[in-house]
Design a protein around this ligand. Structure first.
Ligand SMILES: Nc1nc2c(ncn2[C@@H]2O[C@H](COP(=O)(O)OP(=O)(O)OP(=O)(O)O)[C@@H](O)[C@H]2O)c(=O)[nH]1
Ligand SMILES: [Mg+2]
Ligand SMILES: [Zn+2]
Length: 325
């Protein structure tokens, strides 16, 4: 079975070999899912990209980023997921897994429109939940007179989260970002028209993804990118482009929200009660910070709202039907 440099470029980690060896699949070929369809996946392997069937009763639903073992053009096994990006299932109950084995989430927002704090907070919580680190990427820096001061403003609004400003048009900030990504597997999240696919192309130095005219989706609500797909950058680095989604229902562990609001989490260590809800308890260090003007009341409210939403999403369907929060 060949692995070698081709698999390493896909993010292969030698520690996975034991996992592959433990699978009883003679002639099994390891590879990484780059695209998923109903009943099929496209798998990048040492010998190129090949389609493989997936039978839900045997292997569940492999997602983009999964490592799989293929036998006779069929997925025989999915290797252990080291973290998944997920959301509340938009149709059914519980969670929907979007991608697996990610190192970093790029939260993409265009500077051609107001940067919405809520989007960044939600995506940051999703990132930590996936075991990945969030980086906010403000695109279209070429469209504003002072991108650096906008970047600094957003960074101040989201303590503990890296924020960079780039232009896919002029190339500003792209090389630095590419270097920071190294050989990581990253996923691009952000609303339609934010410039995710343009960023992918800029990082790749080639037109690997279709990009769209902003006016097209303003008028029709259309998305240029219609599926999640994993791309390899020529200089290393693995990027999963996604379609912009209008709103996501959060499905994360509470700790992921705490990680996205590390400033509040740090303060709460000084609250008098260790189960303080920062709502009415005496000796609350978080509310004290709001009163002292050190923490914005909006940020504290957003923190509470996300916790409530995440808790709600985890309740069983019959309970959720009774009452909305
Ligand atoms: N001026 C400028 N325009 C940009 C930049 N990045 C993207 N755009 C433009 O923004 C529009 C949307 O870009 P896309 O990359 O298609 O956006 P997307 O986030 O992939 O959108 P969806 O695929 O629909 O989710 C296109 O018209 C791009 O040319 C940039 O850095 N500067
Ligand atoms: Mg796109
Ligand atoms: Zn408190």
């Amino acid at each position: 079975m060949s692995t070698g440099p081709a698999l390493e470029a896909l993010g292969w980690d030698e520690s996975r070999r034991a996992e592959v060896d433990a699978i009883d699949a003679p002639g099994g070929i390891p590879g990484r899912v780059v695209r998923q369809d109903r009943g099929w996946v496209q798998v990048a392997r040492a010998d190129g990209v090949h389609a493989a069937r997936t039978r839900a009763d045997r292997v569940g639903t492999p997602v983009v980023g999964d490592w799989v073992v293929v036998v006779d053009d069929e997925v025989a096994a999915v290797l252990e997921r080291r973290g998944v990006l997920r959301r509340a299932d938009p149709v059914g109950e519980g969670e929907q897994v979007l991608a697996a084995n990610l190192d970093r989430v790029l939260v993409v927002a265009g500077l051609d429109r107001p940067v919405k704090a809520g989007r960044i907070q939600r995506a940051a919580a999703q990132a930590w939940d996936a075991g990945a680190e969030p980086t906010v990427v403000l695109t279209k820096a070429d469209l504003v007179p002072d991108a650096e001061s906008l970047r600094a403003e957003v960074a101040a609004e989201h303590p503990g989260t890296d924020v960079v400003a780039v232009s896919s048009r002029t190339g500003e900030g792209i090389d630095e970002l590419a270097r920071a990504l190294g050989g990581d597997t990253v996923v691009l999240l952000g609303e339609s028209g934010a410039g995710k696919s343009s960023l992918l192309n800029a990082l790749a130095g080639a037109e690997v993804a279709l990009t769209g005219d902003v006016r097209a989706f303003d008028a029709k609500g259309r998305h240029t990118t219609t599926r999640r797909e994993l791309h390899l950058l020529p200089g290393g680095g693995i990027v999963v482009d996604t379609p912009g989604i209008r709103a996501i229902g959060l499905f994360v562990d509470p700790e992921a929200i705490d990680a996205a609001f590390s400033d509040i989490d740090d303060l709460s260590a000084q609250c008098r009660f260790n189960d303080c809800t920062h709502d009415h308890e005496p000796g609350c260090a978080v509310r004290a910070a709001v009163e002292a003007g050190e923490l914005s009341a909006e940020r504290l409210a957003a923190f509470g709202d996300l916790h409530a939403e995440a808790e709600w999403a985890r309740r069983p369907e019959h309970e959720r039907r009774k009452r909305r929060p």
